[in-house]
Design a protein around this ligand. Structure first.
Ligand SMILES: *Cc1c(COP(=O)(O)O)cnc(C)c1O
Ligand code: SF4
Length: 350
């Protein structure tokens, strides 16, 4: 199979042997509701003979997506309540999201913004809306960091990215620009000199949070793209989503986090899956997530430890949700649990 463009339709998926003819109708029904795209790089990574392939599970539509549960929300992390002007989400005092674009090179089946992204989604900000977003940032001296997300900001051309970066460069109080993207993994050929140059155009510190969920995503081409970014002085951090059937076992998570560190990416966040519509088949319980994260501690290097994070529904922000390793016993005494699960008194009893 030599796909040269993204797979978007049931026919594309059937021709690539990622689904059978008898699954086409169900895939069409999902595609009518949620955007579908699989880049050639990701399609090539799928083993069509494995019904549980973790890459396929992330990108190939599943009829289970049409099952909506009562607790699921159109806007699971409450972007809308914190959006003062179009394209900006301002939840924390010192940083804003700038959502310049609502398309992605791939569409993840568990996407938390699935009601906003895609060809039928909120599109790209108009020049007027862009002006409004920059005016907002410029008028708030407390904004120290601008986080470009979406959608995937790296689908924009280097020319448009450089334009955004130059506008941010002219705002003194903005010191850090962060990109949240899947591009270095799902479309590594986009990471070329022009794009890297554009990302650095502001002269500010540029951070890039790379979204990947399975160690197989770190292909040779992805590792090359990552190395180019790091060599250019861009700081890479990771974000992953804990997903049932993709990475919900200790070996896979350990390999993923080590893969990040080996490629000079500091593990940052491991997200508990959000309550996005039609994603119940990906969700595990918080207790299951806590057990997985606890098992990583001590087993792999401290460099490889992500923070286990829940975005509280309703727009209340992120919280660390790993199980506590310390319990307050009163009177200044604590019980601390080590990586083997052994409890120790602090201060030690004499
Ligand atoms: C997740 C998020 C951020 C970034 O949070 P960090 O903890 O700094 O990574 C900023 N603003 C909004 C609205 C967010 O949802
Ligand atoms: S790349 Fe991010 S925004 Fe785009 S579909 Fe995947 S999770 Fe959603």
């Amino acid at each position: 199979m030599n796909a040269i463009r993204p797979l978007r339709t049931a026919t594309d998926l059937r021709d690539a042997r990622l689904i059978d003819t008898d699954q086409m109708q169900a895939v069409d029904a999902v595609a009518a509701r949620y955007a579908v795209a699989i880049t050639p790089a990701m399609a090539a990574l799928i083993d069509p003979s494995d019904p549980n392939d973790p890459i396929a599970r992330q990108f190939v539509p599943d009829p289970a997506e049409l099952t909506h549960l009562p607790e699921e929300l159109q806007d699971p992390i409450g972007d809308a309540v914190h959006s003062p002007v179009e394209g900006i989400v301002h939840r924390y005092p010192d940083r804003v999201l700038l959502k310049a674009v609502h398309v992605c090179p791939v569409y993840c089946r568990f996407c938390f913004r699935r009601e906003m992204v895609g060809p039928q989604g909120l599109g790209t900000l108009t020049p007027d809306a862009m002006d409004g977003a920059f005016a907002y940032i410029a008028s708030r001296p407390e904004i120290w960091e601008v986080i470009l997300t979406g959608g995937d900001p790296l689908v924009l051309s280097p020319r448009r990215l450089a334009e955004i970066m130059q506008r941010l460069a002219s705002i003194d109080h903005v010191k850090v620009v962060r990109f949240h993207t899947r591009v270095p993994v799902v479309e590594p050929a986009r990471i070329d000199e022009d794009l890297i140059h554009a990302l650095k155009a502001s002269g500010k510190a540029t951070y890039l949070a790379l979204h990947a969920n399975h160690p197989r995503e770190l292909t040779a081409a992805a590792r090359d793209a990552i190395a180019k970014l790091v060599d250019a002085g861009i700081v890479l951090i990771s974000q992953s989503v804990l997903l049932k059937g993709v990475n919900d076992d200790v070996e896979t998570l350990a390999a993923l986090m080590r893969g990040f560190v080996e490629n000079r990416i500091k593990p940052y966040y491991l997200h508990h899956p959000d309550l996005a519509p039609g994603t119940g088949h990906f969700r595990l319980t918080i207790a299951e997530g806590q057990a997985l994260v606890a098992a990583l501690r001590g087993r792999i290097s401290g460099l490889c430890q992500p923070s286990y994070i829940l975005d509280i529904p309703g727009g209340h922000g992120k919280a660390v949700v790993s199980s506590a390793s310390i319990a307050d016993q009163g009177g200044g005494c604590f019980t601390v649990t080590n990586f083997r699960g052994e409890e120790h008194a602090y201060p030690p009893t004499v």
